[in-house]
Design a binder for this molecule. Structure first.
Ligand SMILES: [Zn+2]
Length: 178
């Protein structure tokens, strides 16, 4: 950040009084511009024993498979964001059941929150950000073509829990690849 989004004057990087991290502070209007992690929200949407995956039409990881997910918008709940992303990326309407995984990715300052849900009807199609959308049984999941580690970890936990007959909420952290 170089300029203040409030008044357009330059910012400097320093630690405000009472804080412990450097922040961008406007030299003119003194606004402190905090930068905090972004929240990505999505859904494991089931239809019977299959789950809905989207093949990405956008970078990063163009052509790889993912769960419908995206950045949360201001003014919505995390559950609403999961349903909205599923509608946008897979043209599918879902019923949300419960929060399933919350995974921190400190090196890119993101938190990924995935909900469990069910398709309301067997109706889906690629949205603008997807090349194709399909239902996959566990045995058919393209594990080596999944877009992100939070997605593969969430799917692995999902099928493990389903086998146990009991879904839990899973927290965790993803560290940078070696
Ligand atoms: Zn300013």
């Amino acid at each position: 950040m170089n300029f203040c989004s409030q008044c357009g004057n330059p910012v400097t990087l320093r630690i405000p009084p009472g804080d412990n991290l450097p922040r961008h502070i406007c030299v003119e209007c003194a606004t402190i511009h905090y930068q905090n992690p972004k929240i990505v929200v999505g859904a494991v949407a089931a239809w019977g024993d299959r789950v809905l995956l989207c093949r990405r039409a956008i970078e990063p990881r163009h052509g790889y498979w993912t769960l419908p997910a995206g950045f949360m918008e201001n003014g919505e709940s995390t559950a609403d964001a999961a349903a909205r992303e599923t509608l946008e990326e897979a043209c599918a309407r879902i019923e949300i059941d419960a929060l399933f995984s919350v995974l921190s990715i400190p090196h890119i300052s993101q938190v990924h929150m995935l909900y469990r849900g069910r398709l309301i009807e067997q109706s889906f199609a690629p949205g603008e950000e997807s090349l194709e959308v399909a239902l996959f049984a566990e045995a058919d999941i393209p594990w080596d073509q999944l877009a992100f580690r939070t997605i593969s970890r969430t799917l692995k936990l999902y099928f493990e829990d389903r086998r146990k007959g009991r879904f839990e909420i899973h927290g965790g952290e993803v560290i940078p690849p070696p």
